[in-house]
Write a protein that binds this ligand. Structure first.
Ligand code: ATP
Ligand code: MG
Length: 260
């Protein structure tokens, strides 16, 4: 059975996609079987996995609508060494089309049943909204990873998200857990970041990952090279941080990255 993780935060630009892509690549480097699901019509995780979203004929949209199975829609990302259920702008239409479809919140969950045993990890990159696509991610997942920047409004947004997770748990997915909160784009020289980080640790304790993702230009530029950061600059602090996060997720197993 795969561990299914939704990477979500309704706030935009907090590092969801960067986390999903680099975590997927790190877990794959540790010989884990990984499926990345791009649930965002922006298709950033698709592009970040070096899959050209403009050339796709089958996407996660077809899976949600019921036109294709996951096996038919998934592709292998050579760049990241994992499978991906890709997305492009077509997915924006699913929001509207799903409204009239039966079990609209559990379409993704239902479609994943047949591939649960093909993978160790299924990582779902959610869009920056609490919409029907995100709900599908939250219903399919066993737990939620919340990337967040340690800034002034972060805690406020977090309480909205925690409330949504509570509602999903009450109504749709009783097993849903918060896997952890991930501090992203972290700059320890920023005193506000330090304060917010302290608040997070105070309120959420060991739900906050020990691993902190630093602000690191290699992470930001890697997609333009069509690579996860691991294969762009493996020594960079960003790469090392995501390897450490993958290790934390696998109960602190050490990862030896194969030399390519
Ligand atoms: P959206 O809400 O639009 O989906 P997101 O939460 O997925 O955004 P990303 O796309 O991962 O966020 O990151 C937003 C921007 O910040 C991107 O340009 C990305 O390259 C950059 N970025 C992400 N993490 C880091 C980091 N640790 N250091 C430097 N830049 C980063
Ligand atoms: Mg994103």
């Amino acid at each position: 059975m795969a561990k299914v993780l939704a990477i979500t935060n309704q706030k935009g630009g907090v590092g969801k996609t960067t986390t999903t892509v680099n975590l997927a690549a790190s877990l794959a480097a540790a010989k884990k079987r990984v499926l990345l699901i791009d649930l965002d019509p922006q298709g950033n995780a698709t592009m970040g996995s070096a899959i050209d979203k403009g050339k796709l004929t089958v996407t996660v949209y077809d899976v949600l609508i019921g036109n294709k199975s996951v096996r038919e829609a998934r592709v292998f990302s050579e760049a990241g060494k994992y499978d991906i259920l890709p997305a492009n702008r077509e997915l924006a239409g699913a929001e509207i089309e799903l409204v009239d479809i039966e079990n609209r919140e559990t379409r993704l969950k239902d479609s994943l049943q047949t591939v649960q045993d093909d993978y160790d990890f299924i990582l779902i990159d959610c869009p920056p909204a609490l919409n029907l696509l995100t709900l599908n991610g939250l219903c399919a997942a066993k737990s939620v990873m919340i990337p967040m920047q340690c800034e002034y409004y972060a805690l406020e947004g977090l309480s909205d998200l925690v409330n949504t997770i509570r509602k999903v748990r009450a109504n749709l997915n009783t097993d849903l857990q918060i896997e952890g909160l991930l501090r992203t784009m972290y700059d320890p020289r920023n005193s506000l970041a330090l304060q917010v980080s302290e608040q997070l640790l105070k309120h959420f304790g060991d739900k906050v990952y020990r691993t902190v993702i630093p602000r690191n230009v290699r992470l930001a530029e890697a997609p333009s090279f069509g690579l996860p950061a691991l294969y762009h600059d493996r020594e960079s602090r960003g790469t090392q941080a995501y390897l450490a996060l993958a290790g934390e997720l696998m109960n602190n197993e050490q990862i030896t990255v194969p030399v390519l």
